[in-house]
Design a binder for this molecule. Structure first.
Ligand SMILES: Nc1ncnc2c1ncn2[C@@H]1O[C@H](COP(=O)(O)O)[C@@H](OP(=O)(O)O)[C@H]1O
Ligand SMILES: [Mg+2]
Ligand SMILES: [Mg+2]
Ligand SMILES: [Mg+2]
Length: 335
């Protein structure tokens, strides 16, 4: 494929593919060792750090001048206290990446993610595992990578290793998708491990009857106000129960037409959303013909640094119902 951001698109897909591999490997070890329910959080930390090391070193190889706003840093891997974690991260990273990287190269790759972001120039933003809690539960998580230029998202790639190909028939279907969107070029889905020929265009739903819409939200009641969303759903006449799902897979479902509304309603007055939690997902929904804003109806502003300082919460919906949804959301959050 040639054209606008075609190299970036290809490299980003490759990076997300490789990072998804490490996540699946770690999860397999978790299950096989039966440490999933009794384990502390360290196994997921291996996956987070390794995935960030992999994506950042692939980006560095192809785009050495591009800075990266990544969720993780190497602090916990440093010194004597970080020794165990560090050696595990080095081992895992080198299972996926070749030629092998030294310990020092891996730590440096992770710390390429410390960029502050901002208004001008171009940078990447990475969430190596979005939905850590979902990952630990064996449910949904996503490897999320986006390219931002002068404060606007231009490319987004979401790797969703556990997402059923058909969410309405999840026990009889394959799992694992990559969602891709480039500004002005539409949104696509391909199977994880697939090729460009396997890509198909996706569209948000066009449903207008609110009583038949499906809304989704976080599994975690600490990340979104599930009581406010219930009130809003009720006011809108939505009858179906919420689809609760971790991570930016929710944006994938909206972009794909599998769900119609995504509500993320602030629970804590002090929490500010991070750019890596929304960059890839929001361009995906926009390019699939859906709409995304914060709960005041304002555009998500990715030019404010590492966090969405100007925004509160998130609302995504298909374009035909968005106006009604945002009206109900505004009324609820201002009451
Ligand atoms: N109080 C809070 N309100 C909203 N989001 C929060 C939050 N605390 C953590 N999060 C974010 O919620 C993300 C997961 O999204 P979801 O709840 O939709 O699954 C987390 O990403 P990580 O898992 O990458 O840390 C984290 O950044
Ligand atoms: Mg996240
Ligand atoms: Mg994360
Ligand atoms: Mg995290």
């Amino acid at each position: 494929m040639s054209g606008y951001l075609s190299r970036e698109r290809k490299v980003a897909i490759e990076a997300v593919e490789q990072a998804s591999k490490v996540c699946k490997l770690v999860f397999k070890q978790l299950v096989e060792g039966e440490t999933l329910t009794k384990g502390d959080k360290s196994p997921v930390t291996f996956a987070d750090f390794s995935a960030q090391a992999i994506v950042n070193s692939i980006l560095e190889k192809h785009f050495p001048n591009d800075p990266i706003v990544g969720e993780e840093d190497s602090k916990d891997l440093q010194g004597e206290s970080g020794e165990k974690l560090r050696s595990k991260v080095v081992e895992l990273t080198n299972l996926v990446i070749s030629p092998s990287l030294s310990e020092d190269q891996i730590l440096k790759a992770i710390d390429r993610g410390q960029y502050e972001g901002g208004k001008s120039g171009r940078f990447w933003t990475l969430d190596p595992i979005d939905g850590t809690k979902g990952f630990l539960r064996g449910e949904q998580y996503a490897v999320c990578l986006a390219l931002i230029e002068d404060g606007k998202v231009k490319l987004g790639v979401l790797g969703c290793p556990n997402l059923p190909h058909d969410i309405n028939n999840e026990h009889n279907t394959g799992r694992g998708s990559i969602f891709v969107a480039v500004k002005g070029r539409g949104a696509f889905r391909r199977p994880l491990g697939g090729s460009d020929e396997d890509e198909t265009p996706i569209k948000a739903s066009s449903i207008t009857d609110l009583t038949k819409t499906k809304f989704c939200e976080s599994v975690e009641s600490g990340h979104t106000s599930q009581s406010d969303s219930a009130t809003i759903a009720n006011k809108l006449g939505i009858t179906l129960p919420p689809v609760r799902m971790d991570s930016q897979c929710k944006y994938g479902c909206i972009a794909n037409g599998d769900a119609d509304i995504y509500l993320r309603l602030r629970v804590s007055a002090t929490y500010v959303e991070k750019i890596w939690d929304h960059a890839a997902g929001s361009i995906l929904v926009a390019e699939a013909g859906g709409r995304v804003s914060d709960t005041n109806g304002d555009e998500l502003d990715f030019s404010q640094g590492r966090r969405l300082e100007k925004n509160v919460g998130v609302v995504a919906a298909n374009a035909s119902i968005y106006d009604k949804v945002i009206e109900a959301v505004k009324a609820q959050v201002s009451s």
